[in-house]
Write a new protein. Sequence first.
Length: 278
Amino acid sequence: MEYLNKIALAATLAAASLTAAQATTLAATDFAFTGVNGNTTLGGWSFVSFVDISAGTTIYFTDTNVLQTTPSAGVFSTSAETFWSWTAGANVAAGTSVALLGTGVSGQYGAKSGAAGGSTNGTVTNLNGGASNISSGGDILYAYQAASYATNYAPSAITFLGALANRTTPYASSDNPFAATGLSGIQVREYRVDAATATRYTQFTPQTTTSDTPYGSMAALKSALAVSANWTTVAASNTLPIVADVLAVTAVPEPESYALLLAGLGVVGAVARRRQLA
């Protein structure tokens, strides 16, 4: 029994070390925003990844304009607004929403993930000291990954993950979130009520309480996110909460889970062979 316990412990430690060492690199199709509230002190936003996110993974956010025609200066407008980063403190399972919640101080957020409103997860850093300024009159919030923080990037140094836009359409050439980023479909959520009405809040409706039933598959979640009728959108400024909740469950393990399992089995085999030779 003691021998088996040692094997199990070794497998667990190997899997844990692999998880800790590897942050997750996302593709654009792995991500979607699930809500935003433009209230400057009590608002925030939420998103979901369709793949597992490992602890230590960082995602950046900014409401700075992205230039459709990228000059030598880089991807973002030189009139930089606010940049934030979220770094996961614990693993986030695929289909689990993460919410960045206003702390009461403009530009400052805390993060939660998981069911029933979520548990504290990770650190949100205001990187350039700006206030929260997600304007109801027309703004775009971008999510992206990069090797490190900068106020501007060469196109090859950044991966856009998603965008939330309440700008008047058609977009001006300098602020088109589709043309400028290559994003499409559910990766861009457009939430203006109509062409004339300022809009502050939108959230995926099955996520606006803390007791929602998870979706049975990732495909069902993606399909639901694409339907405008599944969103609650409010024009006026308000303090409606942005909620974190489990939205979907996967029927089969993600590739990262398989990697951890194989690593553990490899340790088990190595220990068994060493014992036979002893």
